[in-house]
Ligand binder design. Structure first.
Ligand SMILES: [Zn+2]
Length: 304
């Protein structure tokens, strides 16, 4: 059995387990200014399942195309299901999940679904992986909404003035993408194969009581925005969020997601060695045996 993982930008991956093809999220048809990931949904000829982490466009969009072209089944939240039904994906191809489900994907492979959390989009984070961000702790939803409206659009701090043409291109792209303005309930997945297990979540949030009982062989950890630990913004950096995930799950190998320049001009590239160095240092401090795998787009990394 050979298991390979292709990164397709943002938090989208293709996991191939012999002839079983599983997409983790489905967002690869990106705005023209974002780096090309080397595959479009129209080019996807084979897919058995799409596991959707949450309902925002940069995770869900494209699942409807893959479903239509391949007959793949999509696992996702009730909000993901609602959006897919609106896009005329047949109900028979949609498997609803909230956490607690255990689906068989093939004779040898199953997936368990766990409740998870979205990064704190109401407060936004930093694009500097080692920047310690504190505060905004213990706020109610009303107070969080006030923070969000003061902060303005975008998902993180920017010191430069974004190019208005690029902002307009992104807004027009988002309007064309399938997705919801609601998170819809973030989900995490543990895929069990005869060779080992793979954890996947697609946004930087975690219920520690859930994650601490998981022991994946490979953990795909999202690194973007302000981390969410048990419903509160992390008092620390993005690198420390990755370290926290590693401490909780103790995976021998870690793959990062959501850290490329997927949403120009609002995002920044966090794939450079400068951006990854603080992550390596944090991992060396908290879980020195964890290996950080660096995936390029579509490079067919062999996991097992
Ligand atoms: Zn999101």
């Amino acid at each position: 059995m050979t298991i390979t993982l292709d990164w397709l930008g943002c938090a989208t991956f293709r996991l191939t387990i012999d002839d079983l093809v599983i997409f983790l999220d489905a967002y690869m048809d990106r705005v023209a200014l974002a780096p090309d990931v080397g595959l479009t949904t129209a080019q996807v000829a084979e897919a058995d399942y799409v596991l959707v982490g949450h309902s925002h466009f940069d995770h869900l969009a494209g699942a409807e195309v893959i479903a239509r072209n391949t007959g793949a089944k999509i696992i996702g939240s009730n909000e993901t299901a609602r959006v897919l039904l609106d896009a005329e994906v047949p109900d028979g191809q949609i498997l609803r999940a909230q956490g607690g489900e255990h689906f068989r994907l093939s004779d040898d492979v199953t997936v368990r679904v766990y409740p998870s959390l979205h990064s704190c989009i109401w407060v936004g984070g930093s694009w500097q992986t080692d920047k310690i961000v504190t505060g905004h702790y213990g706020l109610t939803e009303d107070e969080r909404a006030a923070v969000r409206s003061e902060r303005g659009p975008g998902i993180g701090e920017r010191t430069d003035d974004p190019d208005p043409a690029a902002v307009a291109a992104m807004q027009s792209h988002m309007a064309d993408c399938l997705g919801s303005s609601e998170i819809g309930g973030a989900l995490a997945y543990m895929i069990d194969t005869p060779e080992g297990s793979i954890f996947f979540h697609d946004t930087s949030g975690v219920w520690t009581g859930v994650a601490q009982n998981l022991r994946p062989d490979v953990a795909i950890i999202a690194m973007a925005g302000r981390g969410n630990i048990n419903g509160e913004p992390i008092q620390g950096s993005l690198a420390q969020f990755v370290g926290k995930m590693s401490e909780l799950m103790q995976p021998p190998r870690i793959v990062l997601g959501h850290h490329d320049h997927w949403m120009p001009p609002m995002t920044a590239d966090m794939t450079s060695e400068d951006a990854l160095r603080p992550v390596r240092e944090e991992l060396a401090a908290v879980t020195p045996r964890a290996e950080l795998l660096e995936l390029g787009f579509m490079d067919g990394t062999v996991l097992f």
